[in-house]
Design a protein around this ligand. Sequence first.
Ligand SMILES: *Cc1c(COP(=O)(O)O)cnc(C)c1O
Length: 357
Amino acid sequence: MQSILPSTCKFMAVVKANAYGHGDVQIAKELNRAGIFSFAVATLAEGVTLRKHGIKGDILILGYTHPKDIPSLKRYRLIQTVVDYSYAAMLEDIGEKIRVHVKVDTGMHRLGESYSHIDNLKAIFGCKHLLIEGIYTHLSAADSLRSSDVAYTRQQIGRFYDAINQISHSGYAIPRIHIQSSYGVLNYPELDCDYVRVGIALYGAYSHPQDQTKVSVDLLPVMAVKARVSAVKEIPAGDAVSYGRDYVASRPMKIAVVAIGYADGLPRNALDSQGQVLIHGHRAPIVGKICMDQLMIDVTDIPGVAQGDTVTIWGQDGTEQITAEQVAANSNTITNELVSRIGSRLERVYIRHKQAK
Ligand SMILES: *Cc1c(COP(=O)(O)O)cnc(C)c1O
């Protein structure tokens, strides 16, 4: 990702939601080792966790922090987003120096002071107690190359720079600027900002399978999800598998029970139609409903499956691969949601790969 960015642009690693399910402390530590010292989280608590585990560098909170929690910002050296003008006024009234980035709403209509309220934006910059270290916006359709979406994105970018110019003309110094998240980098690499806020691509994934982007990078998936076979059994034709009895064996079958379920973050609807897992380097279909802690697979045609064997839910097994993008798409969602909802009871095992070429 860095290789497609201007050399002056800093990489802000988005490690919110437990680093998209990967384990925020371990991921942030590894990024510190790799020379990354800018992080973004969604909440104060996420930032505090990183600090308590010794993560170094700037940590920006992208979301709202309640006034009662403002003292923790200083205590844990966190940077707060100014989510709108009234929030800035509240922070200013506290009367203590607070490090902030100002967010501008250019059309996403989530957080940020509106680009059209120039007087409010100038008033934020006039706040004596705010140490304004950054100004940013968020694009709502940067993942799409449809011409109407590209036009809308360009309009958002234009609104952002117009606002900055007007703030600058009022005599305020312009702090560091950032706009792009993962798809902003992949589809608008020419933007010359001070930071990019990269989440999903940092974890080696696209949001959807076969996403086309303007520049291509070799993304290597960071996460694989594996589970164990907990039992193997044979059932006669006509018997049903799992809750609801809606899967009925059309022939005598060998079924393997796998110790993973929807409480581990595998959506219950994931595998309704085309759900498969990998075992012994082969694809095996999921049969019957996914349960809270377990699911069943058809291993009739796969020899030698035994209790304790490893099953790959997504990842690589021999020459076969199932991607998180595909599992997400089968569940009608995006990879971002799938990985960030991986359950806390799944043990995270970390393997440091040799530097990819
Ligand atoms: C989550 C988030 C990001 C990261 O988005 P990805 O698409 O995962 O790269 C960037 N900026 C903001 C404001 C976010 O909320």
